[in-house]
Structures are given as structure tokens and as C-alpha cells.
Design a protein around this ligand. Sequence first.
Ligand SMILES: NC(=O)c1ccc[n+]([C@@H]2O[C@H](COP(=O)([O-])OP(=O)(O)OC[C@H]3O[C@@H](n4cnc5c(N)ncnc54)[C@H](OP(=O)(O)O)[C@@H]3O)[C@@H](O)[C@H]2O)c1
Length: 311
Amino acid sequence: MSTDLPDRQHTAPGHPGRRPPAPRPGTATPPIAFVGTGRMGGPMAANLARAGFDVQVWNRTPDRAAPLTGAGAVVAPSPAGAVRGAGILITMLADGPATEQAATGPDGFLPAAPGLIWVQMATIGADWTARLARTAARHGVTFVDAPVSGSEGPARAGQLVVLASGPDRMRALLAPVFGALGRATVWLGPAGDGTSAKLVLNNWLVDLAETTAETLSFARRLGLDPGAIVDLLQSTPLGSPYAMQKAATMLTGDFTPAFALRHALKDAELAVQAAQASGTELALTQALLPRWRHAAERHADDDLAAVYTTA
Ligand SMILES: NC(=O)c1ccc[n+]([C@@H]2O[C@H](COP(=O)([O-])OP(=O)(O)OC[C@H]3O[C@@H](n4cnc5c(N)ncnc54)[C@H](OP(=O)(O)O)[C@@H]3O)[C@@H](O)[C@H]2O)c1
């Protein structure tokens, strides 16, 4: 495992105070196609365009891509249109089925761009990653599996952590791209390892969120002030910054999404599946699934902190 810290000394002409990221010696960054400009993909694509890369975006709902023209990106009419002339493609769609649809469905990007480097950054799980890597290979496309840690705020601030995996020869070419998206890139091994690491991290995340919701509910039922319990936890090493942030959200009841419950539930399910396939069991995560599914019936598009409503 190695960590490449992003090069932040270069800024882009045309954008005050910015020059384009300098390509490493012997490399140059080709135009980038960005497919999926949702809560995460939108700010990520904007950061690439603002950093001076040549960026062409596509999103199923065009209104969500249109504002990116303000950052210098060009909006394409289809996934195939987005990769025309591009050398690198980034996908940041909801899940495996959506990504496959954009890849090989009508006007899909895969048949349109042999020789492309496809960087898959959404959380789609181990099986979908393996399946799409095989499909990419059949089309003569290099596949890099690089999900991210960090939610909407870090995506906007260019402070994600990129969990990269794939061919070593991609590292130098992708360093300035990942540098514009995140504060660190961790190269883990062959494609698939990034997704494995992401599932491990998000298993930790969903278990923390669940225990936070249960702890607040438990305190309330014992007649305690849950806010006082949060203060108490915060004064000890027990109160992790993430759990404390989610606890605050749970207590305000403002579930404006940073990480939608539908995606967190997907990740919990993907982690349980990956654990089962590896011959182990995630007892905690398995136990939370029924209540999270119940919470998602009303709060799928709210922040995952909404699981507190069923705790
Ligand atoms: N939010 C986070 O904190 C966070 C952090 C790390 C990783 N992730 C992962 O990153 C990915 C994107 O998350 P997000 O928060 O950006 O989600 P989001 O705001 O819901 O965006 C999802 C994107 O997928 C598109 N999409 C969904 N179904 C589609 C389909 N059938 N065909 C084509 N496009 C489709 C959406 O298009 P429309 O705009 O047309 O709906 C949108 O561009 C997910 O895998 C998520 O688990 C999220």
C-alpha cells in the first residue's frame, strides 16, 4: 500500500489563482469524460474542470449536469458522447446496474471508446466491480477501481481519499487527476482491492451510525438527555468525530442528505454479501439491515442519520 499526496502547487489559467496540474514527466492528461454528476460526481467533475482539465460530462437528468458549464465543463448528450475524444473516463453513478446501463446500454460509453482508461469511483461492490472489469477488458478498455472515502463536503473541498487499485502503470497518469479530487490517494493492489477497502470502511461507517442511533435512543428511554450523553461521549476518546457529527444530525432531525440512506443501505448489503462470499459473517451489519430497510421505506433519500427515527 502506498500513499501519493496530491500535488497542489499548480493552478489553472483562465481561473483566477489557478494553473493546470503539471503532468508528471513523460505523461500528459488526456481529456476526461465524467459520467454521473450527482451529489458526489457533480462537485468532483467541477473540481476537475476548475483545475484546468478538459472535462466532458453526462448525467441522466441533464439539469444536474448543466451548472457544470460554469466551471468550464462541456455537457454531452449521452454516455457515448461524453467519451468521444476522451482518454480517461470517470464513473460516479449510483450502483452497479446504473453503471452497466451507462456502459453497455443504449448510447453506452464502452463500445464508443476502445483504448479508454475507465476509472470507476462509485461504490458498486465486489461482484459488480469484477463483472464490469471483465466487460471493460472485452472492449479493450483499461479498468481502474477507485472508490472514494468522504462525503459531499470533502467532495466539494477536493478532500476525498481515493482508494485506488488497478494496473501500476496507471499511477503516474492518474496522479494529477486524483490530486484534483482528493487530499490523498492510496494504491492498494489489483483492481477490486479498492472496492474491498471501501466495503470494509463503509461497514465500519454503518455500524457506527447504528450504534449512535441506538445509544441516543437508549439514553432517551432511560430518561436521560441524549444531548448530554453526546457531550459526555465527546469528552472521552469514545466519541469518534464521525459518530458525534451523526449524533448531532440525529438530534436536530434535519436529515438533508450528505450520504443518502439508500446508498448507505446498499453499502451495508454489499458488505454483508462480500463477507459471506469470503466465508465470514458481519453479525452487527446483518442485524441492522431489517431496521435500515424499514427506515429506507420513508427516508431513502434523506441522510443516513434518519435511521434514528426507527431506533
Ligand atoms: N454521498 C456520499 O457521501 C458518498 C460517498 C462516497 C461514495 N458514494 C457513492 O458514490 C456513488 C454516487 O453517490 P451520490 O451520493 O453522488 O448519489 P446521487 O446523488 O444519488 O447520484 C447518483 C447518480 O447516479 C445516477 N443514476 C442513478 N440511477 C441511474 C440509472 N439507472 N441510469 C443512469 N444514471 C443513474 C444519478 O442520475 P440522476 O441525477 O439522473 O438521478 C446520479 O448521477 C454511490 O455509489 C455512492 O454509494 C457516496
